[in-house]
Every structure is written in structure tokens, then in C-alpha cells.
Design a protein around this ligand. Structure first.
Ligand SMILES: CC(C)(COP(=O)(O)OP(=O)(O)OC[C@H]1O[C@@H](n2cnc3c(N)ncnc32)[C@H](O)[C@@H]1OP(=O)(O)O)[C@@H](O)C(=O)NCCC(=O)NCCS
Length: 377
């Protein structure tokens, strides 16, 4: 029986090759197709970053215009998806609804039976646009508001915010969302992307892989951490507690603080650097820096006490709240972003496929155990 659990959870295991995303966990570097995330966050937009992830290079101006047009053209849902969204239980969470809706989308996708490279690219356009639509439409339905039709003249982020809120979003809000989508678009073999690649490797299909990825993202150890972070900030606020004392008590009770720690980064998560600044800037310009200030106090304390750094989820919580986004939409917005990476990975997997089927180290009863007849047990 092995007592060494250093590889538990596949920690440190290299499970395959990929040319999409590179992480240096010690130096705090994240790059898509070799381009540093800081450069992309500063200069790129979600459409261009998605093009980079899918096609491996930055687009020319005309390629980007065509790509953006194609993505906007894909803003369409079969009427049965609207019916589904109208008929789900009112207490369903947006992540449950998104997971089920994406599975349903496959039944109405014109390329459902085609898993060729080109069909997978076509499905990627559709899924990227449709996931954003589903998140916005379901939120309006559950609030009893009228559905806002997509506007194909707007960027991906602007269209989403308009469909969600019913009003034309400010440039600041569009840019903030766009940067958040860029930062979360891919992250190598994180749990949900790995799940997608495992499913794709069985020669299942794109929609099945993405449904599985959404299911994996939903958990609080993965994409659900941003919502858990905000629940913590709300709880501290409601209790009128001191953030540091509150978190100190949680740590004393051996509780994990959502938004801290990472499997790969041993230094600052480079995405957190941007989200911290964004959270601060948005908070100050909205005259509502309460959530940022509280987050910063917690960050400094957890860093000092546990040597743990804030991850991508920690400051996305206060950022989204300042943008007026509801807590249970945080993880669906993460999915809206990560769909760019998931689809890139599924395409890459299927372009050079081999079944992903690892082995387990057996730690059960030694072989051969006798079969004891039931009367003798
Ligand atoms: C991200 C995460 C799942 C990585 O998990 P992992 O690599 O398996 O690391 P572990 O959970 O084994 O943590 C290692 C140690 O650090 C501690 N630790 C890790 N994250 C912690 C956190 N957020 N709060 C408090 N302690 C934490 C663990 O308790 C453990 O301590 P121990 O060795 O004394 O038992 C983990 O850090 C975590 O649960 N974070 C909170 C959830 C979160 O923010 N997820 C989003 C990730 S982007």
C-alpha cells in the first residue's frame, strides 16, 4: 500500500502535449500560444483572443473582422431552447441550466453527426455565441423580464451585457467584461478542460465534451470558487464583522478560503494581478470600493498567515459584483470565457487523437482473494 500521495489528484502529472497554453507556475507566467496574458489583457479583445486560441496565430485586421462577423452571426438559438429555458424549475441554478441546455443544443446543431475538424470549428463558433445567449436569456426569464434579442452589430461582451441588462452597456463595463473573458479563456489542463479532452478522446462529440466541461467547472474547487468568494464577502458584511478576524476564525476551524491557492502557481496568479486592479478601479469609479477594500484586507492576511496567493476567482468576485452581476452568474460567465479554451482543446485533441485512459495504482486487497459463498460470510 502506497503512503506517498504526492501525485494525488494527478498533481505534477504531465498528461499530454498541447500547443495552446503555457504556464510557468514558479514565475507566474501564463501565455496563450506563446503570447503573455498581460499583453493580451492590455491590447486584445475576446474575439481576437478566441481566434488566437483556435487558429494558433493572431488574426490580420480582415481576418478579425470576418471572425467577429461569424461569431455574431452564430447568435441564434432553436426555439426549443427558449422553450426549455422557460420551463425549467424556477429554483434551478444558472450553471445547472447551462449544463443541460448545452447538452440539448447538440440535438439541434446542423453538424450534430459530423466530428470533422471543420465541423468542430463551426460548432465552436455556435457554442461560444450560444452559451452567452443562454446565460443572459435564462437570467431574464427567471426574473420575469422580457427576453432581449441579440444585436449582431455589437461585440461579444457588449451584446451579452445588453441581453442581460436590457440597456446599452457603458464602455467601461464592456471593457471590464472583455478583459475578464480574456483572462479566463484558457488555462492548460485545468479540471474542466481535462474532462473535455477525456470525453473528446473517446470520439464522443463536441457538445458532449463541453457539457462535461461545464459540469466540472461548476464545482467550488474549480469555477464555483468565485461565487463562494462573494458569499464570504456578503457574510462578513452582513455580520458587520472585521474581515481579518472572520477569516482568522475560518482558518482556525481548518476551513478553506475560496479564491486562494492554486495547483500550479506557487507565486501570484497573473490573472489575479489584473482582476485586483480592475476590482479597485471599478469600485472607485462606482463610488463603491467596499468589496475591494474588504478583499484586499483578506488577501494580505491570508498571504501573510498561510502563504497562499489570491487566484483568478478571488478578485473576479468583487469585480462582477461592482458590475452589477448576480452571484450565481459568476461561474456561468467563467464558462462563457472558458468555452474559447475548451473548444480549442477539443479541436486539438481530435486533430491527433488517442484515447485518454490512464492507470490507477491498486491499493485494494491483495490478489487473489478467495470468493466466499454467501452462506459462509
Ligand atoms: C485550488 C485548490 C483546489 C488546489 O488544491 P490542491 O493543489 O489539491 O491543494 P490542497 O487543497 O491539497 O492544499 C494544500 C494545502 O494548502 C491548504 N490550502 C489550499 N488552499 C487553501 C485555501 N484556499 N484556504 C486555506 N487553506 C488552503 C490546504 O488546506 C492544504 O493544507 P494542509 O497541507 O495543511 O492540509 C485549493 O487551493 C483550494 O481548494 N482553493 C480554494 C478553492 C479555489 O479557490 N479554487 C479555485 C482555483 S483557481
Amino acid at each position: 500500500m502506497s503512503t506517498d500521495d504526492s501525485g494525488k489528484g494527478l498533481k505534477g502529472t504531465v498528461a499530454g502535449t498541447s500547443s495552446i497554453c503555457w504556464i510557468d507556475g514558479a514565475a507566474g507566467v501564463l501565455a496563450y500560444r506563446g503570447i503573455d496574458i498581460h499583453e493580451l489583457a492590455e491590447h486584445s479583445n475576446f474575439e481576437e483572443t478566441t481566434y488566437l486560441l483556435w487558429f494558433g496565430v493572431l488574426p490580420t485586421a480582415s481576418q478579425l473582422a470576418d471572425f467577429s462577423k461569424e461569431l455574431a452571426f452564430a447568435r441564434a438559438l432553436n426555439w426549443r431552447i427558449y422553450e426549455f429555458l422557460r420551463n425549467v424549475p424556477t429554483d434551478a441554478t444558472p450553471m445547472e441550466v447551462l449544463r443541460t441546455a448545452v447538452s440539448l443544443l447538440s440535438l439541434y446543431d446542423p453538424d450534430e453527426k459530423d466530428s470533422s475538424h471543420d465541423a468542430n470549428v463551426r460548432k465552436s463558433y455556435r457554442l461560444t455565441s450560444q452559451i452567452a445567449m443562454i446565460v443572459a436569456i435564462f437570467d431574464r426569464i427567471r426574473k420575469g423580464k422580457t427576453i432581449v434579442d441579440p444585436d449582431r452589430g455589437l461585440s461579444h461582451s457588449a451584446n451579452f451585457l445588453r441581453m442581460l441588462t436590457g440597456t446599452k452597456p457603458s464602455e467601461t463595463a464592456v471593457r471590464a467584461l472583455d478583459v475578464a473573458l480574456i483572462l479566463q479563456a484558457d488555462h492548460e489542463l485545468n479540471a474542466s478542460t481535462f474532462a473535455a479532452r477525456v470525453i473528446a478522446s473517446t470520439l464522443s462529440d463536441m457538445h458532449s465534451a463541453i457539457t462535461g466541461a461545464i459540469a466540472a467547472l461548476k464545482g467550488p474547487l474549480h469555477g464555483g470558487a468565485n461565487a463562494e468568494t462573494m458569499k464570504l464577502l456578503f457574510a462578513i458584511d452582513e455580520a458587520g464583522a472585521d474581515p481579518v478576524e472572520y477569516v482568522r476564525e475560518m482558518l482556525a476551524q481548518k476551513k478553506k478560503i475560496s479564491g486562494f491557492g492554486h495547483r500550479v502557481y506557487i507565486t501570484e496568479d497573473p490573472r489575479a494581478t489584473h482582476l485586483r486592479k480592475m476590482s479597485e478601479d471599478l469600485g472607485r469609479s462606482a463610488g463603491q470600493s467596499k468589496w475591494f477594500d474588504m478583499s484586499r484586507k483578506i488577501e494580505l492576511f491570508v498571504n501573510q498567515e498561510k502563504k497562499l496567493n489570491a487566484n483568478v476567482d478571488f478578485y473576479s468576485a468583487s469585480t462582477y459584483t461592482t458590475l452589477g452581476v448576480e452571484i450565481d452568474l459568476f461561474t456561468p460567465i467563467f464558462a462563457m470565457s472558458r468555452i474559447a479554451g475548451w473548444t480549442a482543446h477539443v479541436i486539438e485533441q481530435l486533430d491527433d487523437n488517442r484515447l485518454i485512459r490512464p492507470r490507477a495504482e491498486y491499493i485494494g486487497p491483495p490478489y487473489p482473494e478467495p470468493y466466499i459463498p454467501i452462506a459462509e460470510r
